[in-house]
Design a protein around this ligand. Structure first.
Ligand code: NIG
Ligand code: ZN
Length: 429
């Protein structure tokens, strides 16, 4: 057995307060657990991959007296937080879209660019032209940036292939990435991300249901690929509400959880439809209705908020305060993709606080335990609790809030990132 001790910390941010909460909602999102030391430091003991004890340095030293400790990490002057869980990313693609960024700054909308063949269509073309090796190198480099920014688990969507052979290639590369980088990966199948040129949404709906999802089922049954969720871009001019419902239900029938893009640029009724069919999570929701908020609160469907997207597109932010007050569990993601080019959850949290009016505590709960729950993994990840996986960030700062407050400066603050108890990133002195 490998035993690792982290000692001397100023604060340990457990996030959950009563152990075993699988997510936080309503007022509980603001009341996160933080252990502070009045005198002396705080310790956390890890055995193999798991957290086995949390307490003062003195108490942990007493409890483990005489036992062999293989690694010791000095966290004096530091705060320990759970690794961030990024609940929504599109990390596998080729060809950037910096030229479109300039167009957007000059006033072009997301849909205007998409209708001219840019946006997702442009990235699909560039991705098709790239070799497997190029795609894998780009993917692993992006995942590495995320890991160094404190993300220890990430949802990764396909969606720049659209048709089966191309989507299959992306699935295989996402699966391969697991052996190149120690970050947790939850794969989401998102062939319904856009409609390919010369096809209609109806033709693609049939193709995805009758061809792609059937082929996917075989791969999953043969244990060739571990896919978790099914996704659709449910949006005016992309997949309509009924096409989205059919695709999502077909995915659900092969055992995938429903986790999709809805009510982003226009109100489509995605929130109501998602809650009705048992979606675990719906992302964006900038245009959600009051009825949609009630439906998601009742169904306890996670709202995955992506503030970087609203910021870059200069669109109205989702009504996050109303959602939290109504009891919708709120999670957070970077949306990392060639439109919203960003990989740091600390930046998403800052934007969530300033632009979506979340408190620091709510933003952290959304970026940890709730994002883990939005991916169905909060039994093991998303908080610091005895028995959970030791996915941790050690930050040098006077109090944990600095990781959000010091906008864009996470590289200066994060000293160590641990995945399953192992140091996978250490800031050079
Ligand atoms: N809205 C749809 N999909 C992505 C954007 C992907 C892209 O533009 O390449 C999103 O979540 O923002
Ligand atoms: Zn997205």
């Amino acid at each position: 057995m490998l035993r690792t001790l982290i000692y001397g910390a100023r604060q340990i941010v457990t996030v959950t307060r009563n152990n075993n909460e699988k997510f936080l909602c309503g007022k509980d999102m603001h009341a996160i657990g933080v252990i502070k030391s009045d005198a002396g430091g705080l310790s956390l003991m890890i055995e193999n991959e798991n957290i086995v004890a949390i307490g003062t340095d003195d108490a942990i030293a007493r409890d483990f007296e005489g036992m062999e400790i293989d690694n010791k990490i000095d966290a004096s002057g530091c705060c320990i937080l759970p690794g961030f869980v990024d609940a929504h990313t599109h990390p596998i693609w080729a060809g950037d879209r910096v030229h479109e960024y300039a167009k957007k700054l000059a006033g072009a909308t997301y849909m205007e660019i998409m209708r001219e063949g840019g946006g997702i269509g442009f990235t699909v073309e560039q991705t098709k032209l790239a070799t497997d090796e190029e795609l894998l190198i780009g993917l692993v480099a992006r995942l590495k940036r995320m890991l160094h920014a404190g993300t220890t688990y990430v949802e990764c969507k396909t969606g720049y292939g659209l048709e089966w052979p191309d989507e299959l290639r992306l699935l295989k590369l996402l699966e391969q990435a697991r052996s190149y980088i120690p970050i947790g990966i939850s794969i989401t199948y998102c062939a319904a991300h856009a409609v390919p040129k010369n096809k209609t949404a109806e033709e693609m709906t049939e193709d995805i249901i009758n061809k792609q999802i059937k082929a996917l089922r075989q791969l999953i049954d043969n244990k060739e690929i571990d896919v978790n969720d099914i996704d659709v871009f449910c949006e005016k001019g992309v997949y309509d509400i009924e096409q989205s419902r059919r695709i999502l239900l077909a995915g659900q029938q092969i055992g995938l959880s429903i986790n999709f893009h809805g009510d982003e640029l226009n109100y489509t009724g995605s929130a109501e439809m998602g809650a009705e069919i048992g979606a675990r999570a719906i992302s964006h929701l900038e245009c959600i209705s009051e009825e949609g908020i009630r439906a998601m609160a009742n169904a306890k469907t996670f709202a995955v908020i992506l503030p970087h997207t609203g910021y870059i597109l200069r669109i109205e932010m989702p009504p996050v305060r109303k959602m939290i007050d109504a009891g919708v569990p709120v999670a957070l993601g970077t949306d990392a993709n060639p439109n919203a080019f960003s990989s740091a959850m600390s930046i998403s949290m800052n934007l969530a606080c300033v632009l979506c009016h979340m408190s620091l505590e709510e933003a952290l709960a959304a970026a940890t335990i709730n994002s883990a729950a939005a991916l169905g993994i909060s039994d093991k990840y998303g908080s610091i609790e005895v028995g959970k996986k030791a996915d941790l960030i050690i930050c040098r700062c006077p109090s944990w809030e600095h990781i959000i407050y010091q906008f864009g400066d996470h590289t200066h603050i994060i000293r160590y990132v641990l995945k399953h108890g192992e140091v996978v990133y250490a800031k050079s002195a």
